[in-house]
Design a protein around this ligand. Structure first.
Ligand code: FAD
Length: 488
């Protein structure tokens, strides 16, 4: 039987049914129970569980992880700022004992041919680390277990239904058995796929189409001696290389999905040919030998349109994922887990402002990220005509006095969720039901969302390009209205 096929009269226990999901009736009537169900035991989920187990030890917490941590995980450079967070979670000494490889800094070739060096040696926070991500993630989960968190290994969330007091989750274990779990509160820490939030209707807004094509190298003779992470811009994107523990190296081309296809980066030969563009990386790799074939890893910057809701919130990449150029993903996941723990404990004590504060924190992070990202990509001006860079350095060409109006039936336009959520798109189109100037629209949106004016100007340009907004006649000239005033 499918959950959405249960007759209305039998649904008295449930107020809302969501995605159609297979479910055996037995699972519905013998549920296990928990106070907090955390979906996903990556860094964000484990940090949430660990922080909650200290902050609210009376709560029963279940940490649910789909994988067995055997499949390669990327995102290995741990910024020195993580130290404070690991100390806060009382993990620092145990983390050091795990012997991950130290990272002494970052070499970047960005905006110029000569490398610049950011040595962690000069940082008050100390060294960073190159992690074996599978080992790190599995270790955090094990520590959570030692601190009393119930671990549900190799259990995948496949369904969710709202109950009177929280959520009934459907999980499938490694033997394909269905389990029902009743939780008062659900945390989506399931990474970019945001498995719970999407089941309950949240949608992901993308800010780009970045993807990483990774190739692993072996460096048995330790020829690539530099332990610093290398980042090198090239015509089609940017490359990076990082040493992993155990004499391995991860090297990747970060570019857009269509460029990955054009360059055939999924094939080893083509990957190695393309890597010749990155001369510093090629030298840095020294005599290291490539192994296997490239692995493609989605890396889009994006966020959920709604990251908190009735008895749930999202944390880590599920809530917001940054461009890996920022090197902040793991720090953000750990910090997010700690903030989420406070927000959850307060929400359960009937303090509705807690989740509003938590969501505002995420909005502020997104805002800061978008501004920083524009800044960094604008620093690289060597390939202004290449697609990858043009997309990230789009110029604002819209006159502030340009009159705009929503196209007839603009709402039904099959626009993807690039740049903005459904609700935001609806809001822009509502604002444009009557003719307004670009300035007026952008001003309203900036006040409402706190996102930078440049972001909204690019959104308007995008909506014009796809035909959802129409340019109305008689704009005054751009020179009358310096657009610099509009761009933060
Ligand atoms: C190419 C690339 C390179 C990166 N490099 C860096 C870097 O060098 N430094 C850095 O700090 N950050 C980096 N990042 C970002 C960093 O990897 C992420 O920000 C970080 O992993 C987020 O942690 P998380 O716990 O939120 O999500 P994840 O690490 O994705 O963990 C999510 C967990 O949820 C589990 N899960 C998923 N679906 C389900 C389900 N249905 N049921 C149960 N469990 C489920 C998954 O198995 C996983 O264990 C990089 C990201 C990419 C894409």
């Amino acid at each position: 039987m499918r959950w959405n096929a249960i007759p209305i009269t039998c649904r008295k226990f449930f107020r809302v049914t969501l995605d159609p999901i297979d479910c055996l009736p037995i699972a519905m009537f013998h549920p296990q129970t928990t106070h907090i169900a955390i979906i996903g035991a990556g860094p964000a989920g484990a940090a949430t569980a660990l922080a909650l187990s200290t902050h609210a030890p009376e709560l029963r917490i279940s940490l649910i992880e789909a994988s067995d941590y055997r499949q390669m995980r990327f995102g290995e450079t741990l910024h020195p700022a993580a130290r404070l967070l690991l100390q806060r979670l009382q993990l620092w000494d145990a983390f050091l004992a795990e012997n991950h490889a130290p990272s002494h800094g970052i070499i970047s070739i960005w905006g110029q041919d000569a490398p610049t060096h950011n040595d962690f040696f000069t940082s008050l926070l100390g060294l960073g680390f190159h992690l074996d991500r599978c080992r790190f993630d599995a270790w955090m989960m094990t520590v959570a277990e030692q601190r009393g968190v119930r671990i549900m290994r190799q259990n995948r969330l496949t369904g969710a239904m709202r109950t009177d007091t929280g959520w009934r989750l459907q999980l499938i274990d490694a033997d394909n058995r269905r389990i029902a779990l009743d939780a008062d509160f659900v945390v989506d820490a399931g990474g970019r796929r945001a498995p719970f939030a999407r089941l309950v209707g949240a949608r992901r807004v993308l800010y780009d189409r970045l993807i990483g094509a990774f190739l692993l190298f072996e460096d048995k003779q330790d020829t690539a001696i530099d332990s610093r992470t290398l980042i090198e811009a090239s015509a089609d994107g940017w490359w990076y290389g990082a040493r992993l523990p155990g004499g391995r190296i991860a090297a990747a081309c970060m570019t857009d999905v269509d460029i990955t296809r054009r360059l055939s980066l999924a094939h080893r030969g083509a990957w190695l040919t393309a890597a010749m563009q990155a001369q510093h990386l090629s030298r840095w790799l020294g005599g290291a030998q490539p192994t296997g074939t490239p692995i493609l890893c989605p890396a889009q910057a994006g966020r959920l349109d709604v990251c908190t809701g009735w008895h749930w919130l999202a944390v880590g990449d599920a809530a917001v994922s940054f461009d890996p150029l920022s090197g902040q993903g793991l720090v953000q996941a750990l910090r997010g887990g700690i903030s989420a723990a406070y927000a959850i404990a307060d929400s359960l004590m009937q303090q509705p402002a807690a989740s509003v504060r938590y969501a505002a924190g995420i909005d502020a992070e997104v805002c800061a990220f978008l501004s920083a990202r524009d800044h960094y990509y604008a620093l690289e001006q060597r390939w202004p005509d290449q697609h990858f860079w043009r997309r990230r350095q789009q110029r604002v060409e819209l006159s502030p006095q340009q009159l705009l109006q929503a196209a007839p039936e603009a709402d039904s336009h099959p626009a993807s969720l690039l740049y903005l959520s459904q609700a935001q798109r609806r809001r822009v189109l509502d604002l444009c039901l009557r003719q307004r100037t670009a300035h007026e629209i952008v001003h309203n949106l900036c006040v409402e969302t706190k996102l930078p004016a440049r972001h909204w100007l690019l959104v308007l340009q995008y909506l014009i390009k796809i035909g959802a907004l129409i340019l109305m006649p008689h704009p005054r000239s751009l020179s009358d209205f310096p657009s610099a005033n509009l761009i933060k």
